[in-house]
Design a protein around this ligand. Structure first.
Ligand code: GLN
Length: 386
């Protein structure tokens, strides 16, 4: 008897996420994994110590659904201090088990069957499945190399009476492009008539380079009533495995979000919240990582250019796109497989982040690694031109 006859896959067109696939492949071939985006350096020692302390001190039971009050407050203080933006710790801030979960839950809470959500591609791999699982339809607006400028005419044409939300990402994964003030203003203007909800994935907020500062959706009070921005402590403090982040935005959106969150998550890991709250209250700052990452971006970009890649510019995030068209005729998936197996360095093919897939001979390297690891990767990459 076929015992699986009742199972109907809700995502039949998807396999394992590209980041997990490439990590598996890198490990199988003993390659240096510059594919999946995670830092090699550990989080700050003090923060790690506070986590142990939290468990020892008995912070081991459920936290409040909205977040441990001390952490919500520490986040509000950070936004006030760094950006001059005032957020109410309870009304405007919600702790989540990672940004991917926050985005997914926001989509489930806000998108109804038949609603359309506009997404710029290349897009982080969870966006479109999340829209689909909510019963919505993703309407994609592609952006292309070298600068991934949004095409606002195409964006305007993509708006329909069914458009419920727009999901943007800045600093952008994989291109490292950051929304300018002009971009935000255009987005706001084009979405205001229909009061379209703005969801903004800003997980690389702490990593904006070249003396610039992050420009958030939260900088635009005129659309705060329809804004939800999403952040990640994993990216801010090199603790991606803690799976903890937060949302900030309008109470009317967070109220709806919380209804789904309470039945899906209920509350987030208490010791991590305690540790983060204490660390931030004592002045622990994500900006401490920035200079180191900027140096690594500069080093890696220069080094791969010498090998014959064409590195694109990266204004933020810990990713660098490299055009390899001068080095190989291969498609990007095949090139990444070859790079892993024969050269010993793993990267992400960017074609899979387009819908439908679109190959521009571009691969993504994560440079959030120890200098020694980056150096070894460069040594191996030199073999391409031998
Ligand atoms: N955000 C990371 C990336 O873009 C990885 C997260 C994941 O593996 N799902 O590579």
């Amino acid at each position: 008897m076929n015992r699986t006859h009742n199972i109907k896959d809700k995502l039949p067109e998807y396999g394992q996420s590209i980041f997990a696939q490439m990590t598996f492949f890198a490990n199988a071939h003993n390659a240096i994994n510059l594919a999946q985006g995670f830092p090699e350096e550990d989080g700050p020692p003090e923060l790690l110590q506070f986590l142990g302390e939290a468990a020892q001190k008995g912070f081991n039971q459920y936290a409040p659904m909205t977040g441990l009050p001390g952490l919500n407050k520490a986040i509000a203080d950070k936004w006030q201090k760094e950006y001059g933006i005032q957020l109410d710790p309870k009304e405007n801030i919600q702790i989540s088990p990672g940004a991917t979960q926050a985005i997914f839950t926001a989509l489930q809470a806000l998108v109804h069957p038949g609603d359309e959500v506009i997404v710029f591609t290349p897009a982080y791999d969870s966006f479109i499945p999340g829209i689909k699982l909510a019963g919505g339809k993703a309407v994609v607006v592609p952006t292309y190399k070298p600068d991934f400028e949004p095409d606002w005419e195409k964006f305007e044409a993509a708006i329909s009476p069914k458009t419920k939300a727009v999901l943007v990402n800045t600093p952008h994964n994989p291109s490292g492009r950051c929304f300018s003030e002009e971009d935000w203003k255009t987005l706001i203007r084009l979405t205001s008539e229909q009061n379209i909800i703005l969801i903004s994935d800003e997980v690389y907020e702490p990593l904006v380079f070249d003396g610039k500062s992050h420009l958030s959706l939260l900088h635009f009070p005129e659309v705060f009533h329809r804004s939800l921005a999403i952040f990640s402590f994993g990216k801010a403090f090199n603790i991606t495995g803690w799976k903890i982040g937060y949302l900030a935005g309008a109470p009317q959106l967070l109220d709806v979000f919380r209804k789904v969150h309470q039945f899906q998550i209920f509350s987030v890991h208490t010791p991590s919240q305690f540790a983060l709250a204490k660390f931030m209250q004592k002045g622990g700052n994500s900006l401490d990582f920035k200079d180191d990452y900027e140096q690594k971006r500069n080093y890696f970009s220069k080094a791969i250019a010498e090998i014959g890649f064409k590195p694109l510019s990266c204004a933020g995030s810990y990713f660098l796109l490299a055009d390899y068209s001068a080095l190989s005729e291969k498609g990007d998936i095949e090139f990444c497989e070859w790079l892993t197996k024969d050269i010993g360095v793993s990267a992400v093919p960017t074609s899979v982040l387009y819908h439908p897939h679109f190959d521009q001979k571009l691969i993504r390297f994560c440079f959030a690694k120890k200098q020694e690891t980056l150096g070894k990767a460069i040594e191996k990459l030199w073999k391409i031109s031998e």
